[in-house]
Ligand binder design. Sequence first.
Ligand code: GDP
Ligand code: ZN
Length: 294
Amino acid sequence: MNGRIIKGIAGFYYVSTVGSGVYECKAKGIFRKDGRKPLVGDYVEIEILSEQDKEASLTKIFSRRNELIRPAAANVDQAMVLFALKSPDPDNTLLDRFLVMMERQDIPVFICFNKKDLVPEETAAYWKDLYTSCGYEVILCSAAKQEGMGQLLEKLAGRTTVVAGPSGVGKSTITNLLQTDVVMETGEISRKLKRGRHTTRHSELIPIGGDTFLCDTPGFTSLYLPDMRAGELWKYFPEFLPHEKNCRFTGCTHTHEPDCGVRSALADGTVRRERYGNYVRFFEEIKEAEKRRY
Ligand code: GDP
Ligand code: ZN
């Protein structure tokens, strides 16, 4: 039977199948030897050991379309950076960190701002405009008022989406709203999975129905920038890209050099201060880390 790994805890993998629920599988030694450790998101083949106990063994991992490091997951289509417009207020430094992290892993990313019912329209428009001007798709919604949920579901449908965002922004509320009854009725899922509930560091796939999955990583709420060189950071600010060709110096860091294309775009308002401020902040952070490393 074929399925997909939706969770992995201490040598057990939980494999979701179409129509037969979730099976608990012991990871077989063979995969370790190959250096192929099963990952959440892997499409796999399983052999049923006990239908009654929902136990099976993993017999094959199908080749991966891609593999994310943070969070560790395979076959991811896109990332959604999820923030609230209020309670908590958007933290654009944290938001930009998530964007950089996803850009660096070459995963398409869009932004969703929830709780639009709590702010005036101008506030929602400000945030939407800030990130739309950088080339990001922005969805505004209110899970409480059930507004914008159709647009969100359309964006998620048939895809596997990593969700990144601080707690309290409405991730559980949104997930519950989107989950179809088909998914909820499989009582077997919860019984098997409950055992691992205390382990909160691992990512898991939440089936939304059909081929739609959200990849949730508890504790994935704040982060330092991954090991990267300061010199590559600008590449992960997509709105900087068209201006780099106007920089006088090759290897321009866009922080202090004369005749810098990015900084002249900043001066004329094409590049936004909010974003540039975080660029400089991250740049210095990475520089500091490099000093400690070399
Ligand atoms: P999580 O920590 O991201 O999973 O956030 P929750 O889904 O637990 O939501 C945190 C709080 O925000 C709860 O009290 C929700 O009822 C509330 N909440 C979620 N979505 C909305 C929304 O669109 N508008 C308002 N006003 N409150 C919301
Ligand atoms: Zn420059």
